[in-house]
Design a protein around this ligand. Structure first.
Ligand SMILES: N[C@@H](CCC(=O)N[C@@H](CS)C(=O)NCC(=O)O)C(=O)O
Length: 278
């Protein structure tokens, strides 16, 4: 082979070899197409949709963990595809895409999948450089992650209030309020609209799914009420978060959320497809 041709092949070869990784990235960076979040939830017996080269998320429309990853994808305006999963009757192929059989998982190239909400979110933040969500500074980055790590009490509260509201303890309520205060104090300290600055960052998106649900749920249960005087700044923050485009395009209408959640308490089966657009 001609030396020049050989040299250019040496340069091009790694690109060609990695095309299956590079192409979805390129397409995603170029695209701002409208995403259909409300695809039918696939269940046992349903075939796996063929991989079409687009970054894909295995999701469940009402899952707060999967929502974290969706918010990152939206914030970065990545073009992606949603494959919704019926978690009560999981498709046989789910564990080949998500090791623990849970959502979220993302498929970044044909058959190359990553699971877990925080892992996928951080991966996307590293791979897609547009609008960095985690701070570069190691100290600030650590603080953002601590804010997320500390969200246990709000997660516990949501879980309990939906399933066994009569078993919510004084300790649950105290820990929940302590976390609300912690977030409000962090906002005060930062002096900015969001924990991440003038735009929502990693911590904002990772804790948001629980706040989004607590607002309508607090209409039903006093235990989770966020007092408007005590938590004035936190309320401003919540209002601003609802207006963020990454958030607003994915919000579930209150009536639908209540309908979906009802069987958690009564023991029936949730209808995953309340929002489905085929
Ligand atoms: N630690 C996981 C938790 C994800 C999770 O629990 N997802 C739920 C849906 S909200 C799920 O897939 N449940 C199915 C199961 O546990 O079998 C993460 O952060 O991604």
């Amino acid at each position: 082979m001609h030396t020049l041709a050989l040299a250019s092949w040496r340069v091009l070869m790694p690109v060609v070899q990695n095309l299956k990784y590079v192409l979805p990235l390129y397409r995603a960076m170029a695209g701002t197409a409208k995403i259909n979040f409300d695809t039918k939830h696939l269940k046992k017996g349903d075939p796996l949709p063929p991989y079409n080269g687009k970054l894909r998320i295995y999701n469940m429309r009402y899952c707060p963990y999967a929502q974290r990853t969706i918010l990152v994808l939206n914030a970065k305006q990545i073009d992606y595809e949603v494959v919704n999963i019926n978690l009560k009757e999981k498709p046989e192929w789910l564990t080949s895409k998500s090791l623990f059989g849970k959502v979220p998982a993302i498929e970044v190239a044909d058959g190359v999948c990553i699971a877990e909400s925080l892992v996928t979110s951080e991966y996307l933040d590293e791979v897609y450089p547009q609008r960095r969500l985690l701070p570069k500074d190691p100290l600030k980055k650590a603080l953002a992650k601590i804010i997320v790590e500390g969200s246990g009490p709000i997660q516990t509260m949501l879980f309990k209030i939906l399933r066994t509201p009569d078993q919510v303890t004084e300790e649950n309520i105290a820990a929940y309020r302590k976390y609300l205060t912690f977030i409000q104090d962090e906002l005060k300290k930062s002096g900015s609209k969001f924990l991440g600055g003038s735009e929502p960052g990693f911590a904002d998106y990772m804790i948001w799914p629980w706040f989004e649900r607590m607002v309508p749920i607090s209409e039903l249960y006093d235990a989770v009420k966020i007092d408007e005087t005590e938590y004035k700044l936190l309320w401003e923050y919540i209002t601003n978060m609802f207006k963020d485009p990454a958030v607003s395009q994915y919000v579930v209408p209150k009536e639908i959320l209540f309908k979906f959640m009802e069987p958690y308490r009564t023991g029936g089966t949730s209808n995953y497809d309340l929002l489905t657009v085929e």
